[in-house]
Design a protein around this ligand. Structure first.
Ligand SMILES: [Zn+2]
Length: 102
């Protein structure tokens, strides 16, 4: 199945919250470090915390929109790392972090 040619739903909303929960659960299980800075992540912190876990797209959504919802393209990253790394797309990812709390 390919999503090419189809419109890909934008990152956000309930699906992004579910993605975050999944990344968090797996990260917690494997004690995955931040995929950007390599430091450990405290998965107990809320994703609104600068050191909390957020979903980082290993291949940027801008260049690889088809991989937006591909779990293999997700990796845990600190919120602060995620925001400083993904220039251009960080605004959206940053918005996602607060979804889980609303
Ligand atoms: Zn980090």
């Amino acid at each position: 199945m390919t999503t090419e040619g189809m419109s890909i739903p934008k990152w956000g909303g309930r699906r992004a919250v579910e993605a975050l929960n999944r990344v968090k659960a797996e990260g917690r299980r494997h004690r995955s470090p931040c995929c950007i800075c390599g430091q450990r992540i405290n998965y107990d912190l809320p994703s609104t915390d600068a050191n909390g876990c957020t979903v980082q797209h290993k291949k940027s959504r801008k260049l690889f929109p088809a991989l937006t919802w591909d779990p293999s393209n997700w990796a845990p990253a600190h919120k602060s790392c995620n925001e400083s790394e993904g220039s251009g797309e960080s605004g959206e990812d940053a918005g996602v972090s607060s979804f889980g709390l609303s």
